[in-house]
Design a protein around this ligand. Sequence first.
Ligand code: NAD
Ligand code: DAU
Length: 331
Amino acid sequence: MRVLVTGGAGFIGANFVLRTARTRPDWQVTVIDALTYAGNEASLAPVADRIRFVKGSIADEELVDSLVKDADVVVHFAAESHNDNSLSNPWPFMEANVIGTYRLLEAVRKHGVRLHHISTDEVYGDLELDDPDRFTELTPVNPSSPYSASKASADLLVRAWIRSFGIEATLSNCSNNYGPLQHVEKFIPRQITGILQGVKPKLYGSGENVRDWIHVDDHNDAVVAIIEQGRVGQTYLIGADGEQNNRAIIRLLLEVMDKPADWFEHVNDRPGHDLRYAIDSSKLRAETDWRPQYADIHDGLRQTIDWYRANEAWWLPQKEATEAAYAKIGR
Ligand code: NAD
Ligand code: DAU
């Protein structure tokens, strides 16, 4: 099968390419990635001789058309992905997430190619801490940030192209990922690399905000399961029952990294900060054989901490600029 992976030099996309190189060795993979600040071709070094890498933007109509024409499936990860950045400058999110997805949709429509669109639970807004309900495929979209609004917009475009043009597409909305190769702007790697440099973890606001953590390999295995076993036209929510508040995650990191439990500081909260995400993944589990392998977040965090310890050369070049940008906004 000829697979075009968009955003394959980013965190989840690179893990997808590395993992499927082992689990689906017969796939012929082409990656298109614009190599923004978040993309790193070095993440793909272990499989560089087995894949084709194309540097370019999914907003480039001609390039997208030429690559989609030669694919059987497009797995669409490429996006601007960080909420804090979307609050400082929304435009790149519109270009990559909305226009980029539109370009892909037009190309898969023209060439009759299957699409799997990767999205986020953030399109559903947030839940109260004591809400007994979790997000399902039927939850109405209600995004809070420019990032989540751009992802919700992309999801709606995909759904419209399925209904109006009959394209063969599936969608998935996943909760917060963690694992190797994640940019140090994100919560967990920011704290791990900070602790390694002797800097206290930084908690936004009260730290009561809850995220539903899933290991990146579990997310990517679910994507493969949907491509191979999912029903065309359908949306699947991906989650591994991993709800934790941010303070609890920091305490876990401090425990594993041998620091005192109160060795962290509170910083300015994020404007519009979503309180809680929680996924009900019953539909995915009913329709595919996917089950998460990282049932215990302790194991996944230990593996992630070990990876950042062993790969300073990968993350150190990102660290200074990332912290300088955070310092400007008091976070
Ligand atoms: P990331 O920021 O680490 O990687 C995004 C990649 O896309 C980068 O390599 C970047 O260079 C590339 N890219 C950006 N704009 C592009 C463009 N115009 N053309 C081509 N490539 C472009 O993001 P991530 O965390 O790996 O997220 C991947 C996808 O998964 C996104 O669609 C995101 O919305 C979704 N998602 C992320 C999470 C999470 O917790 N990180 C959870 C659910 C869904
Ligand atoms: O839910 C899925 C989403 O998860 C994805 O769609 C996004 O691409 C991904 O970035 C992530 O969004 P969040 O905004 O939840 O992730 P982030 O890592 O930025 O923050 C996680 C939580 O930690 C959030 O409540 C804010 C908080 N936080 C973050 C940072 C960077 C802190 O308390 N301190 C920090 O230093």
